[in-house]
Design a binder for this molecule. Structure first.
Ligand code: B12
Ligand code: SF4
Ligand code: SF4
Length: 249
């Protein structure tokens, strides 16, 4: 594995290649990545996710995400198994485990962790982790907004590693500041309330239960002015939305 380079402050440089992570991650659809120090990470996660509980030698945490259609394309091209209940999650697991194995072979103990797993009964808040390493800023939509991919950002895995890496800083300005918020107008459930109220998850959930238009797509997300050209294809969006409908709320 090549050496890790210091990362520039430019948000578009938060990619696995800019971090010195080898091309396989990028080719596998993980085109966005940031770094947190182990201490900063520990302050943002429940106790069972802390480095002390998983890998006390950890120095850094790589946050792996995917913007736009890259992950959908990679999953479509990836080998699938009949045992894969969710091909996106199975692909994520395979890719992050391979990346962790590469780091271990280079002499750095590393553990992969996933957005869909609970430890000690709790999820880690991946939105908070992505925000803290500058993958995006909070938005009227409730989603973390990437500077280029907008709301089409999925935060999928972590690499807790003994390798010391340069943290990527938080972003300062949200594109929502001063935006006329076409997202709020497009919302079928009046769920995007003006600040300081923010996103009304109950209103959204209730609307999704009664309105077909919100079952498998989100028109508010599609109306965002940032990165509309990166919107998931309808099948990928429907997949993510249907998974989220099945989970208990
Ligand atoms: C559980 C979960 C859900 C549940 C939440 C209900 C519940 N009873 O817990 C359900 C199934 C409803 C859900 C739905 C969606 N989710 Co969700 N969800 C998660 C998950 C796995 C854990 C959240 C959590 O418990 N965090 C920990 C606690 C401490 O933090 P919290 O802030 O209190 O958590 C609350 C919010 O995160 C909220 N929530 C969950 N998803 C979303 C999405 C939006 C837009 C908002 C405003 C809030 C929200 O529910 C949590 C419990 O109350 C995270 C991944 C992760 N590990 O973070 C993804 C995650 C937050 N979801 C995400 C997304 C995109 C969605 C959906 C838009 C569908 C989709 N996948 O495309 C929908 C939209 C929801 C909506 N409009 O209401 C993304 C957000 C990405 C981003 N750019 O910000 C995440 C990070 C997954 C990912 N891989 O990227 N989700
Ligand atoms: S449309 Fe404007 S206000 Fe709405 S989420 Fe996008 S940038 Fe923020
Ligand atoms: S799914 Fe429907 S109700 Fe929920 S935010 Fe999107 S447009 Fe609004």
């Amino acid at each position: 594995m090549p050496g890790w380079n210091p990362v520039s402050d430019s948000p578009d440089r938060r990619t696995p290649s800019a971090l010195g992570l080898a091309p396989p991650l990028q080719a596998a659809g993980f085109n966005v990545a940031g770094v947190l120090s182990a201490e900063r990470y520990a302050g943002l996660v429940p106790p069972a996710w802390a480095p002390q509980a998983i890998l006390p030698a950890a120095r850094s945490v790589v946050v792996l995400a995917s913007g736009g259609r890259a992950l959908g394309r990679a999953v479509a091209a990836a080998p699938t198994s009949a045992r894969d209940r969710d091909p996106f999650d199975a692909h994520t697991r395979r890719v992050a485990e391979a990346a962790a194995a590469t780091l271990r072979e280079a002499g750095w103990p590393t553990e992969p962790l996933f957005y869909f797993e609970r430890r000690g009964g709790a999820f880690a808040d991946f939105v908070a982790l992505g925000r803290a390493c500058g993958l995006g800023t909070p938005s009227r939509l409730g989603l973390l907004l990437h500077p280029s991919y907008g709301p089409w950002l999925s935060i999928r895995a972590l690499l807790l590693t003994a390798r010391p890496l340069t943290p990527t800083p938080e972003l300062e300005h949200s594109p929502c500041d001063g935006c006329p918020a076409p997202c709020a107008l497009a919302c079928h459930g009046a769920a995007l309330l003006p600040p300081p109220s923010g996103f009304d998850r109950e209103a959204c959930t209730a609307t999704r239960r009664r309105l077909e238009a919100c079952a498998l797509r989100c028109d508010a997300r599609r109306a965002c002015v940032v990165g509309p050209e990166h919107a998931y294809d309808p099948e990928t969006e429907a997949h993510h939305m249907s998974v989220s409908t099945l989970l208990p709320s």
